[in-house]
Design a protein around this ligand. Structure first.
Ligand code: ZN
Ligand code: ZN
Ligand code: ZN
Length: 333
């Protein structure tokens, strides 16, 4: 059973995963990525090689775990957290721990092994965006869970262990610290001005234009004012929504269009770089209303390594000003 442990000084939780307990020699980074030619459990026809699917978009008449799917969601074979069991909280002297209850799922974005997410058609991309929504809505039913984090690791340097295009989701029994910090900041602004800070940022960036990468009817993509990483981008809905799953049908197709364009631009600009993206949305199953929060994607190309100074300070050194990054990204068709 995995375990959640809390650092008593800064309150940061870590997942101690016992599923794949690793010895020093298991961390050989030179053979972490399976290259072309190997067996791929995410490919069409290999459905039996994965845990049974929890969700799929399928042709009429095709049964679960058979061919005929266009998108599949499966539990991670080596989950960081487990859905079965009791949510136990326990104190061990000065320390706090909790049983590792949660969900860890893989969203296989296409049956086609050759495609990257940037290569997906708009229809395929829309399925991915809708699958995120459907999985969040389903996991919200579980009262033990407080947060669903959707994320993607593209490329070995960004942490992907299989090259077939996929994203992941981890549902947690606690609100992660990064999200708490954003919630705290947005709440403070809301108390002061009675406005959503993201809404004000969108209005200012749209008017100013220097950090805007793309814009359509429902969404804007910007390089944020204080980015941690070169070419970091945020994708923001223009209308105020605190929760990802609250958007309307038309907005998800609009989101798919702008995500496709954004990832294509990134691929062209930086020659198919490794990247991570994360979906930040409001916590689930809390009594607190989070009308001051505004869901968004953060896209972070992995061009530099987080090193000593960043680990020691929480500061980031970024050698590409966001205005330059946005100008360059805008210039790419
Ligand atoms: Zn494959
Ligand atoms: Zn807002
Ligand atoms: Zn965020």
């Amino acid at each position: 059973m995995p375990e959640l442990r809390k650092d008593p000084i800064v309150g940061r939780w870590v997942i101690i995963s016992t599923e794949r307990s690793k010895r020093p020699r298991d961390y050989d980074i030179s053979k972490m990525m399976t290259k072309e030619g190997g067996f791929c459990p995410f490919c069409r026809g290999n459905e039996g090689a994965t845990p049974p699917e929890v969700f799929a978009y399928r042709e009429d008449g095709s049964g679960p775990n058979s061919e005929g799917w266009s998108l599949r969601v499966i539990p991670n074979k080596f989950p960081a957290l487990r859905i079965e069991g009791e949510l136990d909280r326990e104190g061990v002297g000065v320390y706090d721990k909790m049983s590792g209850i949660g969900a860890h799922e893989v969203i296989i974005e296409s049956p086609d092994h050759e495609k990257t997410m940037a290569d997906l058609t708009e229809v395929e991309m829309e399925r991915v965006m809708l699958a995120y929504k459907d999985r969040i809505k389903d996991l919200m039913q579980d009262q033990r869970l407080r947060y669903v984090l959707v994320f993607k690791n593209q490329g070995a340097a960004a942490g992907a262990s299989l090259e077939h295009t996929h994203s992941q989701l981890i549902a947690l029994p606690i609100i992660p610290r990064t999200v708490s910090e954003e919630l705290g900041g947005t709440l403070a602004y809301y108390k002061l001005k009675e406005r959503c800070i993201f809404f004000d940022i969108i209005r200012q960036e749209s008017k100013d234009g220097s950090r805007v990468v793309l814009e359509n009817e429902h969404f804007i993509v910007i390089c944020p004012y204080a980015p941690r990483f070169p070419f970091e981008m945020w994708v923001l809905p223009k209308a105020h929504y605190s929760n990802y799953e609250q958007c309307g049908k038309e907005e998800y197709s609009s989101l798919a269009r702008i995500m496709s364009l954004t990832l294509k631009k990134l691929d062209t600009a930086l020659n198919g770089p490794p990247y991570n993206f994360i979906l930040h949305t409001s916590p689930i199953n809390t009594d607190e209303e989070t009308k001051y929060y505004h869901w968004h994607f953060e896209i972070m190309p992995t061009l530099t390594k987080v090193a000593g100074f960043e680990w020691g300070t929480g500061f980031y050194i970024n050698h590409t000003p966001p205005e330059d990054a946005a100008e360059y990204l805008r210039s790419i068709d």
